[in-house]
Design a protein around this ligand. Structure first.
Ligand code: NAP
Length: 292
């Protein structure tokens, strides 16, 4: 009989990729959790066969309902940078999910985490550090866990409005990495990799898996976009060229590092392959998975 996998965030980017991949897999019955079952996205997933539970990270009883009878769950977090205590709220919300998963006896929890910047680099990056704390909590209560780490998704160009039209056919990419290469992936491909992790629980339990489809500089991203979207021309922005609201909106990682913000992502990207951050990096290309 197909096993139930409950997907948090299925109406969004990460969880959407995971739900799509699992809906194609006859080994699983997909259950999604959303604050509103009446949105187009929730209805579309329901039409494709997903069970829909109305739930909220802030409502413990809805989390219990969502995870009852569940074999596996994909857990992501959500935060709003407008809330000054967003990291504490994120920790509170997802420890609630962890407790509900423990109580329900879920056999495989795949948690989308990020690096512990405070520990690795000696200064805080709140929405990374919060996830590392949640990860520690999940381990402390003995959840059967696989940690996955997404790099910046390509979909950010649209969802976070990272591209700004300047003049004529020139566009600027608000991702000031100053020549450093960054890992990237599409949430659709990452969703497929998460599906493969659920399928092979014994192989992936207890491991930390980084995802990467390529490692390119923003100039290389710009060159690809210019080639395929000619006559438009794309170029990377520099941090100093960004208005504060763009930095806040588009590159939230950078705001915590007023002195040399882009160093953080640069460092994390170069460190990500190292053993202390991930046990393995999965190179994901469509449905092809290769361990690096
Ligand atoms: N952007 C990147 O490149 C990147 C890379 C690595 C990690 N991340 C992390 O990914 C996370 C964001 O994921 P995403 O990009 O997939 O977000 P997203 O597209 O904005 O989707 C957010 C999802 O969270 C659900 N949600 C929001 N508040 C909720 C609540 N109170 N209770 C239950 N569900 C709730 C929404 O469901 P409903 O609206 O249907 O309720 C929606 O499905 C952040 O933690 C970010 O740090 C992002």
């Amino acid at each position: 009989m197909a096993e139930v996998v409950t997907v948090f965030g299925a109406t969004g980017s990460q969880g959407g990729g995971v739900a799509n991949a699992l809906l194609e897999d006859p080994k699983f019955n997909v259950r999604i959790v959303t604050r509103s079952a009446s949105t187009d996205k929730a209805k579309a997933l329901q039409e494709r066969g997903a069970g829909v539970i109305e739930g909220n990270f802030d409502d413990a009883s809805s989390l219990e309902r969502a995870l009852q009878g569940t074999y596996g769950t994909f857990v992501m977090t959500q935060h709003s940078f407008e809330d000054p205590n967003f990291d504490q709220l994120e920790i509170k919300q997802v420890t609630g999910v962890a407790d509900a998963a423990k109580a329900a006896g879920v056999q495989h929890v795949v948690f989308s985490s990020l690096e512990d910047v405070q520990k690795i680099m000696g200064f805080p990056c709140l929405h990374y550090d919060s996830k590392a704390q949640i990860e520690d909590y999940m381990k402390s209560i003995g959840l059967p866990l696989t940690i996955v780490k997404y790099p910046g998704y390509y979909e950010n160009y649209i969802s976070l409005r990272l591209v700004q039209k300047l003049e004529d056919d020139t566009y600027e990419i608000a991702y000031p990495l100053e020549g450093a290469a960054k890992h990237g992936i599409s949430v659709a491909d990452a969703g497929f990799a998460v599906g493969a992790i659920f399928e092979n629980r014994a192989e992936w339990l207890g491991r930390t898996v980084g995802f990467s489809a390529d490692k390119l500089t923003i100039q290389q991203h710009a060159d690809i976009l210019s080639k395929h979207l000619a006559p438009r021309v794309f170029k990377p922005s520099k941090l100093k060229d960004l208005a504060e609201h763009q930095i806040l909106e588009c590159t939230s990682v950078f705001v915590h590092y007023p002195e040399h913000p882009s160093a953080v992502l640069r460092e994390l990207n170069s460190l990500r392959k190292e053993a202390e951050l991930t046990d393995v990096v999965l190179e994901v290309e469509g449905r092809g998975l290769k361990k690096l």
